[in-house]
Design a protein around this ligand. Structure first.
Ligand code: NAD
Length: 257
């Protein structure tokens, strides 16, 4: 198994990418700390892992709160004795996130607090635990919008993901000699609740789809497999990357008919 005897903490694991990754990592031998603010769905993820023969516990944490992040890392060490993999994945896409003129300051602040500060806090408390374990892998969920602009704006979301990518690079360099690798995954548009709620009409969905060379939205599972590679020792020489898992969007100038 690719993650035998490892302990992984996954934020936003009640749904979407986080849940799929939790199930996959557990199937590959890791013990999982399922973290979210949606307690009912988070506990459901734990039950799903147990049903497939894996090990998992749930820890409630709002990643924008320092005390919650400190606690989730404590849960990993208390329950499973160590932390090897930290997947800072929780994020929001606010329905009122628009252009600079129309976006409320409160929407900007909330988006930054969860999407960007949440990754910082995960690292603030996660890195000492990884050091205690002799090293490990941090994976941060950014987005393809961290490297590309769109005419249908989500200014706060885009800025937050750009910050995640920049922070990932710096963390990777700072901790490179400590056997801690730090990588970002940049998913393209996925058929998860987060995006489907935002693209709430068929016209909005089609407007996005024309820009995806492979001609479809991605699946959360396709991101989970990328995370599995970055979490495992197979990626031992990979750090500081912006791993694009985007159906070709960032490589395209004109998409196929
Ligand atoms: P999702 O909405 O299915 O899952 C996100 C999870 O994060 C939810 O379970 C939610 O309860 C949790 N969450 C929200 N705020 C939280 C907080 N403050 N503390 C802890 N947990 C919190 O969405 P997803 O598509 O699986 O998104 C996961 C990550 O992928 C996000 O960072 C998102 O920005 C990113 N992403 C998604 C897409 C996409 O198309 N869906 C594309 C690029 C990047």
């Amino acid at each position: 198994m690719r993650l035998q005897d490892k302990v992984a903490l996954i934020t936003g694991a009640s749904s979407g990418i986080g849940r799929e990754t939790a199930l996959l990592f557990a199937a590959e031998g890791a013990s999982i700390v399922v973290v979210d603010v949606n307690d009912a769905a988070g506990k459901e993820t734990v039950e799903m892992i147990k049903a497939q023969g894996g090990k998992a516990v749930y820890a409630h944490a709002d990643v924008s709160k320092a005390a919650d992040c400190e606690n989730m890392v404590n849960v990993a060490e208390k329950e499973f004795g160590k932390l090897n993999v930290m997947f800072n994945n929780a994020g929001i896409m606010h329905g009122d996130d628009d252009n600079a003129m129309t976006t409320e300051e409160s929407v900007w602040d909330l988006t930054m607090a969860i999407n960007l500060k949440g990754v910082f806090l995960g690292c603030k408390y996660g890195i000492p635990a990884l050091q205690r374990a002799g090293g490990g892998s941090i994976i941060n969920t950014a987005s393809f919008v961290a490297v590309m602009g769109a005419a249908t704006p989500q200014i706060a979301y885009t800025a937050s993901k750009g910050g995640v990518l920049a922070m990932t690079r710096e963390l990777a360099i700072i901790h490179a000699r400590q056997n801690i690798r730090v990588n970002a995954i940049c998913p393209g548009p996925l058929r998860t609740e987060l995006l489907m709620k935002f693209l709430n009409t068929e016209a909005k969905k089609q407007r996005r789809m024309v820009h995806i060379p492979v001609g479809r939205f991605g699946e959360a599972k396709e991101i989970a497999y990328a995370a599995l590679y970055l979490a495992s020792d197979e990626s031992s020489f990979v750090t500081g990357t912006d791993f694009m898992v985007d159906g070709g969007i960032s490589a395209a100038y004109v998409t196929p008919e």
